[in-house]
Ligand binder design. Sequence first.
Ligand code: ADP
Ligand code: AMP
Length: 219
Amino acid sequence: MTQTNIILLGPPGAGKGTQAKRLVDERQMVQLSTGDMLREARTSGTEMGRRVAAVMDAGHLVTDDIVIGLIEERLTTGKAGGGYIFDGFPRTLKQADALGDLLQRLGQKLDAVIEIRVDDEVLKDRIVGRYTCGNCGAVYHDKYRPTKVPGVCDTCGSTNMKRRADDTEEALRTRMLAYYRDTSPLIGYYYALRQLTTIDGLAPMDTVAEAVAKVLDKR
Ligand code: ADP
Ligand code: AMP
């Protein structure tokens, strides 16, 4: 199987997780979401999970060492399938450098960085309307992607729908600040490395998916 490794870059609510899930289904790629990994650590009650809980709920970034450690563990022990989708990682220049080093060490490379660009105005609406299936992780939205049967996951039939503790207007303000201060410099960084492609994240989900597919197929 050919392996393609990509980063999905964009602010909270841009649609990274939504597009990552489609790539997992359609291309057998492996989604590596540091947000999901940290939430799992909290649910399973690990020491690290307890330590990061308050930081996450307030919308701050957790330390580079923690997330780099999580990614390193997955890259060195997990299956790569059709390639990795880095979703929500890297979020700082230090994380970007660590990812470059890790991939190099493993004899792999980064094939593309896809910036999903949106206007800030849509993010509040997307974030406060988001809910996910607690069983399979499918991502829904009150207005833009409701389940066909209210409260029942289209994918797995579970009725365990969840809303995130940090999907509030207040935490979003902090998350946006973190995005502009720490993560948005990565756009310039990957542009300079000639790895960046920017796509329109304001378009409907299917159109965004077509734009992502075009970037992958061009390669
Ligand atoms: P991210 O992973 O970047 O934080 P998500 O993929 O979870 O973002 O999307 C945030 C919310 O916006 C979800 O409720 C999702 O259903 C919705 N959404 C995602 N992409 C779009 C889109 N192109 N148009 C409208 N709503 C979208
Ligand atoms: P996400 O699911 O990507 O929206 O991430 C949710 C929260 O997890 C963020 O607001 C941070 O607190 C934390 N987090 C996830 N990924 C990272 C990362 N790469 N670096 C630092 N903190 C992260």
